[in-house]
Design a protein around this ligand. Structure first.
Ligand code: 7TS
Length: 415
């Protein structure tokens, strides 16, 4: 976690930051774009777009196999990006940083590979009621295969999952605790450090789904002590199609490969194969090389701004946005946990969330509506969907005022 601070972090120069994102200059339906769908994916700064383009224009070659100059260049750039991810997460070694397609693939990898070795009939996997489907469905599939049972710690009325609800469900049958760091549908921040400590005290490893945390706060996997941490590049201002599985080396080492193919082997005969060293054992086939390099550029970008400053900026915006939405007649916020990140999920009286989203879109305001791939959250609150504004580093108080005004106009249309 971030070092102890004596004064608040310096404010962001958001006007300057916005100039780094070409898409923010465009209009939508003739109106300036107000992009408030960052939990789905964030926009890309020029540094990321250019890093990908530069790779294709100047270095494109396959990696880890060519003796030629270009292949060595491409390999060096890709491995430099892996080192950037290691430093970003403060992992002990690059052996612990596996490139995958995204958070979804990372969870599937662990469910499949860790599951094979460790999960048997009668065992339990513990999740919470606020998980994204990608940290739920792979475990359900593993349970169906093995006869293990998925146990979920419930959400309270504010959208929080009290620590006791998690702790009380850890038993001698629990083989893994798999929890979100930050909820995409509610914004709830879970006390992951305490969850890891308690689970470890009972000898149970912990996977953290950091897809909604990594873009918004400093994450230090060694300070957290977690066993696995997953995230997607495209939510942290990086490219789509690339993400990271962090795993403690001893655990990854003991896990069987996930997919077979090129690059993940040490030797192959027609009869049998032996596996490459970490992390390559889990990286079969040609990866998203440009994406990995772009992700490295994205992490450089957010690090140069400073995750502490990004967190403070978004916390200030969340407070402003919460006040503004509460001031709109007929709006009910869904997700009011004491520890929250920049997600404003809401309902508007008498109007379906999709209609809210469609009308706001006409004004150039992009939000997401629906179940946010977290249907159990919707079930818990007895609603089909919410409208969700989610914040990023380039958002402003003026944009949140535009959102509130827009919602007022939606209410007028349906009055
Ligand atoms: N975990 C969480 C907490 C997420 O919010 C998401 C995506 C994922 C995992 C999966 O990430 P992927 O990159 O592998 O797809 N969340 C959202 C969302 O809130 N709106 O669109 C995608």
């Amino acid at each position: 976690m971030s070092a102890a601070r004596t004064s608040p972090p310096a404010r962001l120069d958001v006007k300057r930051i916005r100039e780094d994102f070409p898409i923010l200059e465009r209009t939508v339906h003739g109106r300036p774009l107000v992009y408030l769908d960052n939990a789905a994916t964030s926009q890309k700064p020029r540094a990321v777009i250019e890093a990908e383009a530069r790779y294709y224009a100047e270095e494109n070659a396959n990696i880890h196999r060519g003796v030629h100059w270009l292949s060595e260049k491409a390999t060096a750039s890709y491995e430099a990006a892996r080192e950037k991810v290691r430093a970003f997460l403060n992992a002990a070694s690059v052996h612990e940083i596996v490139f995958v397609r995204g958070a979804t693939e990372a969870v599937n990898l662990v469910a499949s590979s860790f599951g094979k070795n460790h999960v048997r009939s009668g065992d339990e996997i513990l999740v919470t009621g606020l998980e994204h489907h990608s940290n739920l469905v792979p475990w359900q599939m593993l349970c169906a295969e093995t006869g293990a049972r998925l146990v979920a710690a419930p959400i309270d009325d504010s959208g929080d999952v009290p620590l006791e609800e998690i702790v009380s469900r850890i038993s001698e049958r629990t083989k893994l605790v798999a929890v979100a760091h930050v909820s995409n549908a509610l914004g709830t921040v879970l006390p992951v450090r305490e969850i890891v400590d308690t689970a470890h005290a009972r000898g149970v490893p912990v996977l953290i789904d950091g897809a909604q945390a990594v873009p918004h706060r400093a994450v230090d996997v060694r300070a957290l002590g977690c066993d696995f941490y997953v995230f997607s590049g495209h939510k942290v201002y990086g490219p789509t199609g690339v993400g990271i599985l962090y795993g403690r080396e001893a655990l990854l080492d003991a896990m069987p490969p996930w997919q077979g193919g090129g690059d993940m082997i040490a030797s192959v005969t027609l009869e049998k194969s032996t596996w490459n060293v970490l992390p390559y054992k889990f990286e079969a086939g040609t990866p998203n090389i440009a994406g990995g390099i772009g992700l490295g550029a994205a992490l450089d970008y957010v690090s140069a701004i400073g995750l502490d400053r990004i967190e403070a900026h978004e916390a200030a915006l969340l407070e402003i946005g919460t006040g503004l939405l509460r001031s709109v007649a007929g709006v009910r916020l869904v997700g009011t946990a004491p520890e929250k990140a920049g997600v404003l999920s809401f309902l508007l009286d008498g109007v379906h969330a999709h209609d809210v989203g469609t009308i706001l879109d006409q004004e150039g305001i992009a939000i997401r509506t629906g179940h946010h791939c977290a249907q159990p959250v919707m079930d818990r609150f007895g609603i089909p969907a919410t409208a969700r504004a989610s914040l990023g580093v380039y958002n402003t108080a003026e944009e949140l005022e535009a959102l509130a005004q827009g919602i007022r106009r939606v209410a007028e249309v349906f009055a």
